[in-house]
Design a binder for this molecule. Structure first.
Ligand SMILES: [Zn+2]
Length: 334
């Protein structure tokens, strides 16, 4: 349906812009919303040199002559907010996003790369990753800055419940945890359209993982709460996801994702009948070969499920003298 990097009408005053990504995810969908004689851009694309070059081609070609009024970013991940700083300057627009995403992006950009890497290695050591895997992660270094342009100096904070007047339409801000700290979705009740970012996707399960800054957090609870909220939107809502095609079966998709995590929780609980590290569970559950980057995601996702099971009283955590976590089924309550 979409041609790469050609704006494609989706609804009155709403166009899709599909940009390629340099990894398996393949593409990210950006959205253009008519705003008087200008356009609001939702999400910015991946922040490497190719991303800037592609935007220059767009601005010289299919988007030539367009005026941009605002840039809204759904969340801080590099394929969404990666070019926010560069585009804010290039287009002369202000960035709007939630405070949680703004702070996440700023902290990732301004953190000391050596400190980030040390905390990452400590995280995967706790999960029981063996020394050779940790060494491969160390050699991979921290690649965040190669995927993101310097963030803008200021932003307009968006909060859950805010209403944005864009052209003829009013878009309500809905924020969610689980995939990222304070992910922004935009909901237009009159047009019955949800700009969903990564909060809900049509074919893949959004990443829900624990990262080194909050290894004992419970993002899966937040994500499942978010699915319950999304499920209450009208059944016929048109969902515009950041990856994949627009879809209508929102409630079914919420149910399918909740069921996916229920099955995952059951499988991980079963893997803890004898004491298991996060790495042992990654090895048991991911049978396909994973590159070192995917191994990091897999560990973070398994840990999110382990933390949910522990908060639910189904498993308990023990810490070895070397600081490695093991998880085991909790004895049933008397
Ligand atoms: Zn994301």
């Amino acid at each position: 349906m979409y041609h790469t990097a050609l704006p494609t009408p989706v609804a009155p005053g709403l166009e899709a812009l599909r940009l390629p990504l340099p990894f398996a995810l393949d593409h990210v969908n950006l959205w253009l919303l008519a705003d008087g004689d200008g356009w609001v851009l939702v999400d910015s694309g991946f922040g490497d040199e190719d991303g800037c070059a592609r935007w220059e081609e767009l601005l010289a070609g299919p988007l030539a002559g367009r005026r941009f009024t605002r840039l809204i970013c759904t969340h801080s991940h590099p394929d969404h907010m990666g070019l926010a700083g560069w585009l804010a300057g290039r287009l002369g627009v202000t960035l709007l996003t939630s405070r949680g995403e703004w702070e996440e992006g700023r902290q990732s950009w301004f953190a000391d790369p050596a400190d980030l890497l040390a905390r990452k290695l400590a995280h995967y050591h706790r999960l029981g990753y063996p020394p050779e895997r940790l060494e491969a992660m160390r050699q991979g270094g921290d690649i965040y800055r190669s995927r993101v342009s310097p963030p803008p100096d200021s932003f307009v904070p968006l909060a859950d419940g805010d209403e944005l007047r864009i052209g003829e339409g009013v878009w309500r801000v809905l924020t969610f945890g689980g995939h990222s700290p304070e992910h922004v979705c935009l909901w237009n009740p009159e047009a019955n359209i949800l700009i969903a970012g990564d909060q809900i996707l049509p074919t893949i399960s959004p990443v829900v993982a624990c990262w080194p800054d909050a290894p004992e957090s419970d993002p899966l609870r937040l994500f499942l709460d978010g699915l319950a909220t999304l499920r209450r939107l009208p059944a016929e809502t048109l969902v515009l996801p950041a990856h994949g095609m627009p879809f209508h079966h929102l409630r079914q998709r919420c149910d399918d994702l909740a069921e996916h995590h229920r099955r995952r929780l059951a499988a991980i609980a079963a893997a803890c009948t004898t004491p298991a590290t996060g790495f042992a569970i990654v090895t048991a559950l991911f049978t396909r070969p994973l590159d070192i980057h995917q191994q990091g995601f897999a560990g973070g996702e398994i840990l999110a499920h382990l933390n949910r099971l522990e908060a639910d009283g189904q498993i308990r955590r023990e810490i070895s003298p070397a600081g490695v976590w093991t998880f085991q089924s909790a004895p049933p309550l008397p």
